[in-house]
Ligand binder design. Structure first.
Ligand code: DGT
Ligand code: CA
Ligand code: CA
Ligand code: ZN
Length: 563
């Protein structure tokens, strides 16, 4: 599957076209097509073979031709030409607000500046003072800060922490604020925080908030501040009659909003952050609550996690939204580690903590022998661990510790242990921790081979992405999903906030293809058992119902399911 490859190609083309000083509309068109291809679920080569590339959203005739050239020949002539023309650092520099193609070219050509970091250093050292006056220097530095803050999106727990501290500070001062934006939608990374309030004093109060670095704006209707850790917070204040529409608008996503607004337009209405109005008379039709706005538009209430314009509006129109899985539905946790391998807590501590959380069962899934950096267990050490497990199970019954393993898939696609030994475990997850430098084809083959092993129950963190640090392996996920389906294997949503792997797009796809998912914490300490909640959020964003998740089953049903 070449979707990501083609999307990257178009983004690169857009950057170079922009650096070459060409038409803005062309640039936007390339990036828009790239995003659309990156997020689409269908294989682009399917479209290509059927000659239907131009049916992809935002792919017009010109872009379709380029994709065709690339898929046919593996090359794109215009791209090579542009690469020869545009100096290497230029596209990167142009990402800074206030740096256009000409300035970027000059910086690269005359000053040898090839990256944003180098630009920042040069500005701060005064090396560019003859080129840029003090006002421009300040605004370019601000542009760099914003860009870097953007590329350093927060992980969900960070954003939640900021929000919790903010709302208790406001509450202590008698003011209620509510969260909107990507955080309310439960997205795995959050750019900035969006808050709403009904209280006109809210904006002013920001000045007293200890974590504020700079107040950009603060009034009775809106405030914008930058926190010390570089995150921006936007606050808007609305009237009660507007509050639902405002909540809807600022929760987003933008695509969801656009789709709702189009529904309104079709009916001769207008939808914005103040309400739903009749265009002709200006009369207010709805706005006090989100539910009311949805209802008026002929939709059932859509939970924030689904608001991405990925089919939720069509489903809500037919009253066919999924009944999303909840944390409470989970009866056990299926991936965690102890001091036997790389965990920080002893097995007994993990088990007690899991039992205290009200689970019926947990699987301890320490690493297998070849993962030396994680102190992986040999067969002999597993045998000893099982004795511990048996003793603990006597003590903690009816709670049950399942004998599990996160078995390494070696570079040739075979697991660390042979079938006989693997069959002794109650549950077997398989994963890759090494040899990521293999080609996507090879990595896919490795995973496909692992999913053909009868003793393996599920694939752990399928892409191995680490948010903000490492892109996932470029597996052919569709092939992985279909292999899982054919072989009756499960795929994991790893709840560790840096992973959340499978992500919401692919977990949804897996579910649609009939694959059962596992949601687990991958905890390496008792506190990290909380990761389960992030996994559930990812699952909700993936449209999963309880029945799609293996560990919503009772112990008895689960054991039957994996036997
Ligand atoms: P983030 O902060 O990058 O993680 O993502 P969001 O979704 O929080 O986006 P943000 O903070 O830029 O804007 C908050 C919400 O405001 C967004 O989800 C939808 C709404 N919004 C922002 N800009 C536009 C726009 O141009 N059109 C529409 N319809 N809605 C917008
Ligand atoms: Ca936001
Ligand atoms: Ca915002
Ligand atoms: Zn792992």
């Amino acid at each position: 599957m070449k979707n990501l490859e083609v999307a990257d190609l178009l983004d690169k083309l857009g950057d170079l076209v922009e650096a070459n000083g060409e038409d803005r509309f062309k640039v936007i068109a390339y990036h828009r097509a790239a995003t659309s291809i990156r997020n689409m679920e269908k294989d682009i080569e399917e479209y290509w073979r059927e000659g239907r590339l131009d049916e992809i959203q935002y792919v017009g005739e010109g872009i379709a031709k380029k994709i065709d050239e690339y898929l046919r020949t593996g090359k794109l002539r215009v791209l090579s030409e542009l690469e020869a023309k545009v100096p290497a650092g230029v596209p990167g520099l142009m990402k800074v607000q206030g740096i256009g193609p000409r300035t970027a070219y000059k910086l690269s050509h005359d000053f040898g500046i090839a990256s944003v970091e180098e630009l920042k250093a040069a500005l701060e050292s005064g090396k560019l003072s003859e080129e840029f006056g003090p006002t421009v220097t300040t605004s370019v530095l601000e542009g760099i800060r914003k860009l870097q803050a953007y590329s350093r999106r927060m992980l969900l727990p960070d954003a939640e922490g900021l929000h919790e501290r903010l709302s208790s500070f406001f509450e202590a001062n008698g003011i209620r604020i509510a969260m909107a934006g990507s955080l309310r939608r439960g997205k795995s990374t959050v750019g900035d925080l969006d808050l709403l309030s009904l209280d006109k004093r809210a904006g002013e109060l920001f000045r007293d908030y200890p974590e504020v670095d700079r107040v950009l704006e603060s009034g009775t209707k809106r405030a914008r501040v930058v926190l010390k850790r570089g995150v921006q917070v936007d606050l808007r204040v609305f009237e009660k009659a507007e509050y639902g529409a405002a909540m809807l608008y600022f929760t987003g996503s933008k695509d969801h909003n656009v789709a709702l607004r189009n529904l309104a337009i079709d009916r001769g209405w207008k939808l914005n952050e103040y309400g739903l109005f009749e265009v002709k008379t200006g009369a207010r039709l709805a706005g006090g609550s989100e539910k009311e706005v949805y209802k008026k538009l002929g939709l059932t209430y859509i939970p924030p996690e689904l608001r991405e314009d990925r089919g939720e509006i069509e489903a809500a129109a037919k009253d066919a939204l999924p009944n999303l899985v909840k944390l409470d539905d989970l009866k056990g946790d299926l991936q965690m580690h102890s001091t036997w391998s790389d965990g920080r807590e002893e097995l007994s501590g993990m088990a007690k903590a899991a039992k205290e959380r009200g689970y019926e069962y947990m699987a301890i899934t320490d690493h297998s022998v070849s993962v030396r950096v994680a102190n992986g267990l040999s067969e002999e050490r597993f045998l000893r661990q099982w004795k511990d497990i048996d003793k603990l199970n006597d003590k903690l019954a009816p709670f049950r510790i399942l004998k599990g393993v996160e078995v390494e898939i070696k570079s040739d696609g075979t697991p660390d242990f042979d079938k006989e030994f693997l069959d002794e475990f109650d549950v077997v997850g398989a994963s890759l921790h090494q040899s990521f430098n293999q080609s996507p084809e090879k990595l896919t083959e490795r995973v496909v081979r692992a999913l053909s092993q009868p003793s393996i129950d599920f694939l752990c963190h399928p892409t191995n992405r680490l948010l903000g640090r490492r892109e996932g392996n470029r597996l052919d996920l569709l092939k992985v999903i279909r292999t899982a389906k054919e072989n009756g294997k499960m795929l994991e949503i790893d709840g560790e906030p840096q992973r959340l792997d499978l992500d919401d797009v692919w977990a949804k796809r897996a579910m649609e293809e009939g694959v059962t998912l596992v949601i687990d914490s991958d905890a390496h300490s008792t506190g990290q058992l909380d990761n389960l909640a992030y996994g559930v959020l990812d699952g909700r964003r993936s449209w999963l119902e309880a029945k799609n998740v293996a560990n919503t089953r009772s112990l008895k049903q689960f054991l039957r399911f994996v036997s």
